[in-house]
Design a protein around this ligand. Structure first.
Ligand code: NAD
Length: 355
């Protein structure tokens, strides 16, 4: 197949990466090389349905290991890299930032260096088509007040160790475009939700705590606003940017689904009331418990996705209402996955309510 390419996906055993890899194998002809270190957040169980494909290759490797990354580029000769590997949880970055600095900054730098080196070995026709797509977050733009939205021109103003490390990586990626001519693309996306999200982020935490009959922790008064995007919509946006985006450009990705955290929690509780009715007229909302707010908690994020919508013709397929139903249903049907991914080295009592 002439259109089929070899794509390196980093972080393919994580939440968004695994959705991307499943999509690439199920819906396209591309060959996928998944580089993942398998940290606490990476789980091959999320890739079981596609792991038998002869177009799928797994390399257990650390993106900071330049020698191994060089071997992988040389061995598979990729047409593009989609870089998602990262430490991704804000609360963990507050507990300790070392892994965030190492993976998100140093790791991104190593991937860029090796990509630029590998690209130089390609004939012009292939070198021109080579792409490095860096997957980043809207958190690099800081926090909004009640009004306004993030555009691609919003100045960077990261507030947490996580967002500062992602902002640094975005700057490095741009530097490799301007200084070394590497054809990069950057995407900054709002909060994702959907199946296979590790149960430390807001939505799976709420679903699982509710089902376990435990208190559902909500930071502050739950007034923080996030702009939610169903993970498969993010995946489709990434592929659109990879195929049609202009090198050097940044694209914001968002779902026009601004919600206060407390409204998200209420929606989940009310949906569960319908799906798992209890004889004792218990309502899941009764389990909500407000806890001390996260330090430096950004008040509001909202994405203006006009550029990707107008220039690349992408728009989300799911609304929050359809996406959250699918997600809750998936967690109800996949308790075994949740138990497997949380069984090692993981303290359920430590769960925050972060988003
Ligand atoms: P995740 O934490 O679920 O997955 C991260 C993956 O990276 C894991 O599989 C982990 O094992 C792997 N990894 C970590 N360090 C590594 C290293 N040194 N070498 C190789 N692999 C390593 O994260 P996610 O939520 O899927 O996010 C993926 C990317 O998308 C991240 O770059 C994140 O910043 C970005 N992003 C996430 C969101 C969101 O809402 N989750 C929104 C916007 C952008």
């Amino acid at each position: 197949n002439k259109g089929a390419k070899t794509l390196i996906v980093t972080g393919g055993a994580g939440f968004i990466g695994s959705a991307l890899v499943r999509y690439l194998i199920n819906q396209t002809e591309h060959r996928v090389v998944n580089i993942d270190k398998l940290t606490y957040a990476g789980h091959l169980e999320s890739l079981e349905e596609i792991s038998g494909s002869d177009r799928y290759h797994f390399e257990k490797s650390d993106i900071c290991d330049a020698t191994d990354i060089r071997r992988i580029y040389n061995q598979y000769e990729p047409d593009a890299v989609i870089h998602l590997a990262a430490e991704s949880h804000v609360d963990r970055s507050i507990d300790g930032a070392a892994d965030f600095i190492r993976t998100n900054i140093t790791g991104t730098w190593q991937l860029l260096e090796e990509a630029a080196r590998f690209r130089k070995t390609l004939p012009d026709s292939r070198a021109n088509g080579f792409r490095f797509l860096h997957v980043s977050t809207d958190e690099v733009y800081g926090s909004l007040g009640k009004e306004g939205m993030f555009t691609e021109l919003t100045p960077y103003d990261p507030r947490s160790p996580y967002s500062a490390s992602k902002a640094s990586s975005d700057h490095l990626v741009r530097a490799w475009f301007h200084t070394f001519g590497l054809p990069v693309l950057i995407t900054n996306c709002s909060n994702n939700y959907g199946p296979y999200q590790f149960p430390e982020k807001l939505i799976p935490v709420v679903i699982l705590k509710a089902l376990q009959g435990e208190q559902i922790p909500v930071y502050g008064k739950g007034e923080n606003v996030r702009d939610w995007l169903y993970v498969d919509d993010h995946v489709r946006a990434l592929l659109r940017v990879l195929e049609r985006g202009t090198p050097g450009e940044t694209y914001n990705i968002g779902g026009h689904n601004e919600k206060q955290n407390i409204d998200v929690v209420h929606t989940i509780c009310d949906t569960l009331d319908n799906l798992v009715p209890r004889p004792d007229s218990h309502r899941f909302r009764e389990q909500i418990s407000f806890v001390t707010d996260r330090p430096g908690h950004d008040l509001r994020y909202a994405i203006d996705a006009t550029k990707i919508e107008h220039e690349l013709g992408w728009k989300p397929e799911e609304t929050f209402e359809t996406g959250i139903k699918k997600t809750i249903q998936w967690y109800l049907e996949n308790v075994a996955w949740c138990e497997t991914v949380t069984k090692n080295n993981y303290d359920l009592t430590r769960l925050g309510a972060g988003a």
